[in-house]
Design a protein around this ligand. Structure first.
Ligand code: FES
Length: 97
């Protein structure tokens, strides 16, 4: 069984088109992509904020409204393990404890 370090969920609804973002994420991660499970969902209910991503187990919801946001989220959070605060919408409460 493969063990992942993080799970990235991208909204692939009509406002977000997250499946396109996941291709960029995998390219940027390179070999580290094997540590990150990437999935899509149809809508996260935050369409005005989209594209919307969530990083688990940290429970951080991100908005990717700027071109630079995705690159920064990958660099800082998926690789560096720290929240990319500039693009974070909120962190789920259970993940903080
Ligand atoms: S379509 Fe992405 S949050 Fe609704």
């Amino acid at each position: 069984m493969r063990e992942y370090q993080r799970h990235l969920i991208a909204c692939d609804g009509s406002h977000c088109h997250g499946s396109k973002l996941l291709k960029e994420v995998r390219e940027q991660l390179g070999k580290q992509a094997r540590d990150v499970k990437c999935s899509t969902v149809s809508c996260l209910g935050q369409c005005k904020e989209g594209p919307v991503l969530i990083v688990y187990p940290d429970g951080v919801w991100y908005r990717c409204t700027e071109k630079s946001a995705l690159k920064r989220i990958v660099e800082k959070h998926l690789i560096g393990g720290k929240i990319a605060k500039k693009y974070a919408m909120f962190t789920m409460q259970h993940a903080k404890s």
